[in-house]
Design a protein around this ligand. Structure first.
Ligand code: HEC
Length: 193
């Protein structure tokens, strides 16, 4: 009981701590700028469109120096190939084509992180077309397939069903979402129960 009251007053002290003149309360537009999550079903995708054909040039200009002319040469992450290599005895090659379960995540990732040296500089159309080009190089979409808010979530990635639920007994699936990695650790058993 004593323990309870101490921690409760600790929490209220924290809430009432004085302002030190650092930072500011974020404005609605500050929050909007970082609220750019795209979920596997495509929620959060910006309007726009692109084909692999159009993405070839953008990729050559903005991506190839680091990922190679066809996505396999590097020097940075290999983006193409590796399909079928995730099962032993093959040496696994994890690329967006062989490993990533959702095409929408590629769009989200490119928007927030690429090009590595100038993130945030691509237009939505450029993001759709480079995503399309990488999917095309991986043999997942055709060169003229139009990817947009509706069609991108419909792309079925080769490893979509390759994720399994963690069988460890202290980990249980989070039933509120279908994202493969979102699992809540079970809360420890209560004392005396
Ligand atoms: C200056 C170098 C550079 C440029 C230019 C660049 N990238 Fe990257 N890219 C990287 C690095 C480094 C990583 C790994 C980042 C990490 O693991 O945190 C990466 C990772 C990625 C990944 C994730 C790969 C994986 O399997 O995890 C994708 C997808 C990607 N880049 C796409 C692009 C696209 C599309 C462009 C062009 C619009 C681009 N990159 C331009 C350096 C670059």
């Amino acid at each position: 009981m004593l323990l309870c009251s101490v921690s409760a007053s600790g929490a209220s002290l924290y809430a009432q701590s004085p302002t030190f003149g650092l930072g500011h309360t974020p404005k609605a537009e500050d929050l909007k700028a970082i609220d750019i999550e795209v979920t596997p079903d495509g929620k959060g995708l910006a309007p726009g469109r692109g084909t692999a054909e159009a993405g070839k040039t953008t990729y050559a200009n903005r991506c190839a120096t680091c990922h190679g002319p066809t996505g396999v040469e590097g020097p940075q992450d290999v983006l193409v190939g590796g399909q079928g290599s995730l099962k032993a005895p093959a040496q696994p090659l994890k690329t967006i084509g062989s490993y990533w379960p959702y095409a929408t995540t590629i769009w989200d990732y490119i928007r927030r992180a690429m090009p590595f040296d100038h993130p945030g500089t691509l237009t939505p159309d450029q993001i759709y077309e480079t995503t399309a080009y990488l999917l095309f190089l991986n043999g997942i979409v055709g060169e003229h397939d139009v990817l947009d808010q509706t069609t991108l979530p419909q792309v079925k990635m080769p490893n979509r069903d390759g994720f399994v639920i963690d069988p460890r007994p202290d980990i249980r699936p989070d039933t509120t979402t279908t994202t493969p990695n979102s699992r809540k650790p079970q809360s420890p058993p209560k004392k005396g129960s």
